[in-house]
Ligand binder design. Structure first.
Ligand code: GH3
Ligand code: MG
Ligand code: MG
Ligand code: MG
Length: 313
């Protein structure tokens, strides 16, 4: 078998990463000054961003959920709800704790600026602001937030998605598959007798086996497939637009390639095997992501019971 081409793999990962980094940045502008807000929106759109304006701050949470901004520009003084009031409301929502919030206001008094920041905002921009300054201020903050988000979602040993992120991605793919009447298959993989790898060759060698599994999955799967490290030596793969038969062939090929890898520790060579369980949305039409994952886990258990080094549907 061909050795793994690590530079190629790294290159591919960067490509996937950059694709995510280059989708249009999304900004929500909250300002009671209708004309000014419309102007800011034009400026940001002119820079290739997607921008929306909100004039009714009481609808802020609904708007954030539907528009999914990556940054919110908040006016400081507005009738009814002030910018700091809104920042407080946004920060109370669990999954909005890290959404970048930036004030854009004519307030020049430093003490007032700091007091406003105290309610959970990240920064303060002062009006009047040049177009270029506004664009730069917004785009660097979003780029940074994207980088951090991508890092947080990834497992450090393998660079794959972590447990929570793979579950989120699976839920999204199952909904998308149902909407488009296309299949999606989820596979759960687990390395066989991995405890004995750790026991015989040490934990560091065990880690090499885990990262090699990740590289093999990346090498063999499509860019649109989603790969996660679900737990220690367990992996979840989501295969959009792939039915059970094709998924079986693919996973069985991965199983065979994995069994053919030669590992070594202090001059001793050894091989490993893995088992996999599959569940396809076509056979589980009413299942959501978590239920599909449970079905894949049941199939994995059958593969283990059946003697390991095999794929089951
Ligand atoms: P089975 O064939 O039934 O899967 O047997 P197994 O020995 O692989 O059993 P199990 O899947 O329960 O064992 C997982 C082991 O993986 C236990 C744990 O010590 C080890 N492990 C979990 N995370 C890591 C890790 O990050 N690195 C290493 N080296 N080992 C890990
Ligand atoms: Mg105002
Ligand atoms: Mg396990
Ligand atoms: Mg195992």
């Amino acid at each position: 078998t061909k050795p793994l081409d690590i530079p190629l793999l790294v290159n591919r990962m960067q490509h996937i990463f950059e694709q995510r980094l280059t989708s249009p940045q999304r900004v929500l502008i909250v300002d009671d000054d209708v004309e000014l807000a419309a102007y800011y929106r034009l400026v940001l759109q002119g820079a290739g961003m997607e921008a929306a304006v909100l004039h009714q701050p009481e609808a802020i949470i609904e708007k954030i959920k539907s528009f999914r901004p990556e940054l919110v520009l908040l006016d400081l003084r507005m009738p009814v709800y002030s910018g700091p009031d809104l920042a407080g409301v946004i920060r109370q929502h669990d999954n909005l704790a890290s959404l970048p919030l930036v004030y854009l206001s004519a307030e020049t008094d430093l003490a007032s600026q700091i007091a406003a920041m105290d309610r959970g905002a990240d920064d303060f921009l002062v009006k009047p602001i040049s177009d270029a300054q506004l664009i730069a201020a917004v785009s660097v903050r979003i780029a940074r937030a994207r980088q951090l988000g991508a890092q947080i979602a990834k497992d450090s040993l393998t660079g794959l998605l972590k447990h929570g992120s793979i579950k989120e991605a699976l839920d999204i793919e199952v909904i998308r598959a149902r909407r488009s009447s296309k299949p999606v298959t989820v596979a759960m993989l687990d390395i066989d007798s991995f405890k004995s790898v750790n026991d015989n060759y040490g934990h560091a060698t065990g880690d090499v086996v885990i990262s090699s599994t990740a590289m093999l999955l990346r090498q063999r799967l499509r860019q649109s497939d989603i790969i996660g490290r679900y737990g220690g030596e367990e992996f979840v793969v989501v295969l959009p637009e792939c039915d059970a038969d094709n998924a079986y062939m693919l996973l069985d090929d991965i199983r065979q390639r994995f069994a053919a890898l030669r590992f070594s520790h202090e001059g001793k060579n050894f091989t490993c095997a893995l088992s996999a369980g599959l569940a396809c949305s076509e056979q589980h039409p009413d299942s959501n992501g978590s239920e599909l994952l449970i079905a894949a886990d049941v199939a994995l258990y059958a593969a283990k019971r059946g003697g390991r080094n095999q794929v089951r549907v």
